[in-house]
Design a protein around this ligand. Structure first.
Ligand code: COA
Length: 166
């Protein structure tokens, strides 16, 4: 059985390999997810990097990084990339990582978190689409947010430059 913990320096290579393997078969993959995590870490923008670890190694990973909103709303973060090892998908790894990450952000005083992904998956964590909050030209239902405190922000969200730098 796995447990969720923050990454350590010793996890870096395993996170890169796991992320590449998880996204290799994903139809929406950019192929850059592993490099994005490295770029966020190098930029000091990997706010929260959680691994699902067990005796044999890591079986999942989730990254959270700061985002900005055109409204000036502060304290917002983006979830992703998130991945479960291909042979361990659909067995609770992703859910455990995401629930722990959201709870940690909330405890640390974050205002909320956004995610780009399938609403059938992310809805269970409390993510919901808000037409007032936009991200580029992606279909609206795929961009979702969860509010921890304060009023729901309106405007355009921008991810950390690391997402575009690789
Ligand atoms: C998406 C991912 C992180 C989910 O983690 P996971 O550990 O496999 O999934 P969990 O065990 O937490 O959740 C399983 C549940 O989610 C559902 N689910 C998983 N992926 C889903 C998806 N892409 N769309 C809809 N539902 C999904 C399963 O049907 C299952 O539902 P159930 O609990 O009602 O039976 C993982 O499948 C993965 O690494 N995928 C490849 C990379 C990727 O696409 N990452 C997300 C980018 S936005």
């Amino acid at each position: 059985m796995f447990h969720i913990r923050p990454e350590t320096a010793a996890d870096t290579d395993a996170i890169r390999a796991l992320t590449a393997a998880a996204f290799a078969g994903a139809p929406h993959s950019s192929g850059t997810e592993a490099a994005i995590i490295d770029a966020l870490r190098a930029a000091g923008a990997l706010t929260l990097s959680l691994v699902a670890a067990e005796a044999g190694g890591i079986v999942g990973h989730a990254a959270f990084s700061p985002v900005t909103c055109s409204s000036g709303a502060s304290g917002w973060f983006g979830l992703g990339p998130v991945s479960a090892r291909p042979d361990r998908q659909r067995a609770g790894v992703g859910q455990a990582l995401i629930r722990t990450g959201l709870a940690t952000l909330r405890d640390q005083g974050a205002a909320g978190c956004v995610v780009l992904g399938d609403p059938r998956y992310y809805g269970r964590f409390g993510f919901a689409c808000d037409p007032a909050l936009r991200y580029g030209d992606v279909p609206q239902e795929y961009f979702q947010r969860i509010v921890f405190r304060g009023p729901p922000p309106a405007g355009e969200i921008t991810y950390h430059p690391s997402f575009d730098s690789v």
